[in-house]
Design a protein around this ligand. Structure first.
Ligand SMILES: [Zn+2]
Length: 172
């Protein structure tokens, strides 16, 4: 059974604390990402060492392994989006279908150790990339393919929320 494609728009998390995970995305800056991401990575590492991480709690919910592979990709996608915003004026991001990515990337049959080491590396790369953005570039803009507009600052909050919220999803 496939997960139902999630078309939910999460941009509201920039306006108020997330009622599920409690994260205040509106307070985040690229400097937050630089310190917060390295601190969050060990929680992912520990979760990916659990037993039976390839099992879904129910057919419509990703397994810990799938969430880990997803977040590893999130690090890559949001680092690429940041680089695009710094390189081009008001770029539009390529659409990223997360559910299709999980199928194409074969998340459910990946090796947990490989997912874990890739997630750590991608997370550290993201922390370094966000940490290196000088403050005068924090208001540079980018558009999602659905028209939602981000600055470097709001993209950071949106991105960090994803990483924190999925730790909440897997109880880690
Ligand atoms: Zn949340």
């Amino acid at each position: 059974m496939a997960i139902i494609p999630d078309q939910k728009d999460w941009t509201w998390v920039l306006e108020r604390p997330c009622p599920e995970c409690g994260f205040r995305a509106g307070k985040a800056t690229p400097a937050t990402a630089a310190t917060m991401l390295p601190a969050l990575l060990p929680r992912w590492q520990t979760a990916l060492r659990r037993a039976n991480i390839e099992e879904r709690p129910d057919p419509g919910t990703w397994s810990v392994l799938e969430y880990g592979a997803h977040v590893s990709d999130v690090f890559e996608v949001f680092t690429a989006r940041l680089e695009l915003m710094l390189r081009e004026d008001n770029p539009t991001f390529a659409n990223w279908d997360q559910d299709q990515a999980s199928i194409d990337g074969n998340y459910s049959s990946l090796d947990p150790e490989e997912v874990s080491s890739e997630l750590i590396q991608n997370g550290l790369d993201a922390a370094a990339a966000y940490g290196a953005v000088p403050e005068e570039h924090w208001e540079r803009r980018g558009l999602r393919s659905n028209g939602a507009e981000f600055t470097v600052v709001t993209l950071t909050g949106y991105f960090l929320h994803d990483v924190v919220h999925h730790l909440h999803d897997i109880d880690a």
